[in-house]
Write a new protein. Sequence first.
Length: 470
Amino acid sequence: MEKLFKLKENGTTVRTEIIAGLTTFMTMAYIIALNPNLLTNFDVGSPLWHGVFMATCVASAIGMFVMAFLANKPFAMAPGMGLNSFFAVVVTNIVSLTGMTYLQSFQAALCIILIEGIIFIILSVLNIREKIVEAIPLGVRLGIAPAIGLMLMNIGFGSNAGVGGGQFYAMRDFFGALTPSVAKANMGENYSTMVLTVVTMFIGLFVIVVLAHKNVKGSVLIGMLAASVIYWIGEALFLHTNPFADLATASFLPPVSDMAKTTLFKFNFAGLAQIGWFTVITLIITFCIIDMFDTIGTLVGTASRAGMLDKEGKMPQMKEALLADAVGTVAGSVTGTSTVTTFVESASGVEAGGRTGLTALTTGILFLACMFISPIAAVIPAAATSSALIYVGVLMLAGLKNVDFGDMNQVVPVAVMLIAMPISGSIGHGIGLGLIIYTVMKVFTGKAKEVSVLTYVISALFLIKFFLVA
């Protein structure tokens, strides 16, 4: 262990690293159930759901193993929140555009993730990835995470909540249902389910917030479990259903065959061609931009808190860490999930003392062990995962504190993205509008030279997409 991870040099021990890895796992284990729910539109128990479940465990573990042995850093990886929601929206749009089935569209979208991962491997090896980030305007960079956060909150309050749908529908329908006689007449049998779903969601969110405030490790996971128990009790008492009815006959063996049938090396390039190559290129650029900001921001921010930055503010082995992230994305596309990226929850393991790749290795092993619990993960209600989505969304909104509200070149693009992403359901559209508005403002205020060439190019691509491409 000492030779592999240089524990003494980094001021840590095997015990500390293993505890840190377990801590990180507890804070991000929610993704194991949440990711297949999001990517399959809650088609729980279906072959595709099982395939994505397996892919989430395997691809995350692969990324963390590369992080452990190549970069020797304590950072954990999994399919990124926000990116998986965007992927699900892309798949749904492909279904509408081409008429293909959801599975065929899913396999076409995996091609985009594969291309993104390969691009990132090349960019990481050539040290270009950091330079690209520096070329994107600060206002747009600062607005992406909060806007995605608001979009996640919309998903949590909306379609993810389990019944109905629409923009923040739970807030609308639940508070509109405070007159039960009217609500029951309008919603019929769905009324009881809606009330149970929303009450469960808010209780789960409350538990997560309180535990997080008290610095309890695994607050998100504990909150989801608490919400699940409440929902299961409600199902039995008020809906007269047994959420565990299928567990008696369920297999706890890893659903490898389902992954092999649905997602493992199932790239639908023929289906991808039906979307249109301009749209494909735009999507690849969008995924790349979001992932770059997410990964580099997480790596630098977490490393700074752990004292891993050098005198120049740079993180040693940044190139290797970025390469591990890129390999994780390729592994995700091969196994069947959206972009694998470095998780901000890695900070919890760092706070627990994790300083080397042994922390990442521990978390990766725990992810692999979760392959044996798919039937249990499948009974976790959507209301419980909604609590996690809303909480993560709130955390991402905190990025607004970095926006200079006295600078209109920052405020206006950010404000537009905050509105555009949840309403359109598209992260790409939100970023595109933000870039276009930033560029236009700079040009018409006599500051055109302050805009990078890359920003002009991407803004032009989005303009063509919005107004010239059907």
